[in-house]
Design a protein around this ligand. Structure first.
Ligand code: BES
Ligand code: ZN
Length: 652
């Protein structure tokens, strides 16, 4: 076998590779494979330049355990994409030009690449660059090492994606609301951007971008950038994002979409048959933006739009800058699930402006965002509404802590995570979201809301367009708010929150008058009252969720049947309620619900709904069999993010 020994012994490269592979693959030595022999002809630069790396540099190289890139030597400043969307082959094909900031004398650019077919790489002087692709590492993909010349300021990579690129989901017309046109969307967070663009796929690296996307006429292409809003005749769309963003915020969707303005600087894209419903549901969008700005400073991105995707979108929402991607499962017809929009909007500050440096710092994105989301919701919908959400959040958090403890994953209940060598997806639990939010709430209670708001506003403005890690946040918190005050430290217990398990004793105990009323009804039902005797008038989605969660594992099949007869829960049009309700149905094998459950599982791809249902199903042999059968039918419609998780649950 022929391989490039110079590159193998690149000390920086091997350290990086070891770090990523140590815990994920058994082989200790990674040989660099050679997809293109030609790429290996002359790599003396690779060796000599990287030899100059000092130990300090090595430390920095490894600061993001989930990226092969070397941004401390050379970082992407601007990216220009030129891609054609091929629905027949299910690939994106074209090129990406990366404009570089050369920070040291190192002459190698390391990029993250996964499932990509690299055709050739050109330097800005028109010559072909030598490059090497390492062996593929599970979840992480390949290190694409490109040889630069001293004066190289940009490289252009010509490539094609794979039909199974994990970031991309290609939908047939029948998987859309309209049924006539194919559809494509991307999901880059956490480390999937590298499956559709070779890049420095690390949240700590920020760059501006522009793009030209060619698709079929009749379809519109949209990105996390400045969009045209209207279809073009030739199917070519140009985009610019002039503010620096991280790779996980790169996003593209293509489909038969129309736009409607909702306010001064916001609007919604949806398939034509959905547009009116979406416009109605999102009526509060402008006031959400206004409230958010009043809290923590000006919205930095100009326009804020939401695109409502087909139901296979694996998440509730994704905060792609200027263009949130959202699941249609929040279109409940009663505006009861719009907190998700407040959440994604809040990311325009926490996450998109001030960004977690690595996935171990994920709580800095999500915990801040849940806190911020609740502040927006409180302003618009009032305190009782916010209290219900917060109380539900605490319930979910306690549930998650119990589960992780039971599964011997206590370390995953720390805010600061240890995800080296693991899929960052492992960190996607309620810990980052809810424990993060309650930590911030604890600080708020200790210092007072007024002071905390001043602090947060300054935090966002001083750190805008930068990245933040947990240690830096602790230092910032001390310098600007706690100022070494030992009383405050004792009251808040920051170290316990960040580096300790479960919930510290300083954790708040949220109360909700509205949900207390629900507790009364739960008790009545448990004590033998009939379902039709319960007082449920004016209950909102949150009351119902609290009711169903309060009854978890307490019902027999007759009680489930009775609740269904009186409240018709099996036919609820609300996906959140359905998800909790079906868990009851599975627990007691309540037959009449299975048909609707099957259509739910085969039409909705949101992982948050799918996982608990499949988990409930695998608890019995029959359930597992039924679940596996339904999964086989549903699988072609699921995004890889969801099917990977479900296959793990089903043991496939
Ligand atoms: N950024 C997340 C989604 C995400 C996180 C995708 C990590 C991939 C990796 C988004 O802001 C989010 O939190 N979505 C939630 C909704 C929210 C209301 C809690 C979701 O999708 O359920
Ligand atoms: Zn979020």
């Amino acid at each position: 076998m022929f391989y490039c020994s110079d590159a193998i012994f690149d000390p920086k490269l091997s350290i990086r590779m070891n770090r990523i592979t140590r815990l994920t693959v058994s082989s200790s030595l990674i040989l660099l494979s050679l997809p293109l022999l030609n790429s290996c002809k002359n790599n003396t630069d690779l060796k000599s330049d990287s030899d100059q790396g000092s130990t300090d540099q090595l430390k920095e190289v490894t600061s993001d355990a989930h990226s092969f890139s070397n941004p401390q030597d050379v970082s992407i400043q601007h990216m220009h994409l030129d891609l054609a969307v091929d629905f027949e082959k299910r690939v994106l094909k074209g090129s990406v030009r990366l404009d570089l900031d050369r920070k040291t004398k190192v002459n190698v650019l390391h990029l993250d690449s996964r499932q990509l077919q690299i055709e050739k790489i050109l330097l800005d002087d028109g010559t072909e660059a030598q490059f090497l692709l390492s062996e593929d590492v599970e979840y992480f993909g390949q290190d694409l090492a490109i040889n630069l010349k001293k004066k190289t300021k940009s490289v252009t990579v010509f490539y094609e994606t794979s039909p199974s690129a994990e970031a991309l989901q290609w939908l047939k017309p029948e998987q859309t609301a309209g049924g006539k046109h194919p559809y494509l969307f991307s999901q880059s967070q956490a480390i999937l951007a590298r499956t559709w663009i070779p890049c420095q796929d690390s949240p700590g690296v920020k760059f501006t971008y522009s793009a030209s996307i060619k698709t079929l006429p009749d379809l519109i292409a949209l990105m996390s950038a400045e969009n045209g809003q209207k279809k073009t005749k030739d199917g070519v769309y140009a985009f610019t994002m002039n503010q620096p963003i991280s790779s996980y915020l790169l996003a593209l969707t293509v489909g038969d979409l129309e736009y409607e303005q909702l306010g001064r600087n916001c609007g919604v894209y949806a398939e034509p048959s959905m547009l009116k419903k979406c416009v109605w549901e999102f009526q509060d969008m402008q006031s959400m933006i206004d409230s958010a700005e009043a809290l923590y400073g000006k919205y930095a991105w100009g326009q804020y739009d939401v695109v409502v995707l087909p139901p296979s979108f694996p998440f509730g929402g994704m905060e792609n800058p200027r263009l949130t991607f959202a699941t249609p499962t929040i279109i409940a017809g009663d505006r009861s699930l719009v907190a998700l929009i407040a959440h994604e909007l809040a990311h325009s500050w926490s996450g998109n402006l001030v960004t977690n440096e690595t996935w171990d710092d994920f709580w800095l994105n999500e915990g801040f965002t849940v806190y911020f989301e609740q502040r927006i919701m409180e302003k618009i919908f009032g305190k009782p509404y916010e209290e219900m959400q917060t109380k539900l959040g605490m319930g979910e958090l306690k549930h998650t802590i119990e589960r992780l403890t039971r599964e011997n994953k206590v370390d995953d209940t720390h805010l600061y995570l240890a995800l080296t060598g693991r899929n960052p997806d492992d960190g996607l639990t309620d810990i980052a979201y809810e424990k993060g939010r309650f930590f911030l709430q604890t600080i708020e209670y200790a210092v007072g809301r007024e002071k905390f708001d001043v602090f947060l506003k300054q935090y966002f403005s001083e750190n805008a367009f930068k990245s933040m890690n947990t240690a830096k946040f602790e230092a910032y918190l001390d310098e600007h708010l706690l100022k070494g005050d030992s009383n405050l430290y004792a009251k808040i217990q920051p170290k316990e929150w960040i580096y300790g398990p479960g919930l510290p004793s300083s954790a708040p105990n949220p109360e909700s008058e509205e949900l207390k009323k629900v507790e009364v009804e739960i008790l009545k039902f448990m004590n033998g009252d009939h379902a039709d005797q319960l007082i449920t008038e004016n209950w909102t989605t949150h009351h119902w969720l609290y009711f169903l969660r309060g009854l978890k594992d307490k019902l027999d099949v007759n009680q489930v049947a009775e609740l269904d007869n009186v409240f018709d829960l099996t036919n609820s049009g609300n996906n959140e309620i359905l998800c909790d309700w079906f868990q009851h149905c599975i627990a007691v094998e309540y037959e009449p619900a299975y048909q609707n459950m099957e259509s739910f599982l085969t039409s909705v791809g949101r992982r948050k709904f799918l996982s608990p249902l499949y988990e409930a199903l695998v608890k019995t042999e029959e359930g597992k069999e039924w679940g596996t059968r339904v999964y086989e039918i549903a699988k072609p419609g699921y995004h890889a993010v969801s099917s990977n998780s479900i296959e793990e649950i089903l043991g496939l």
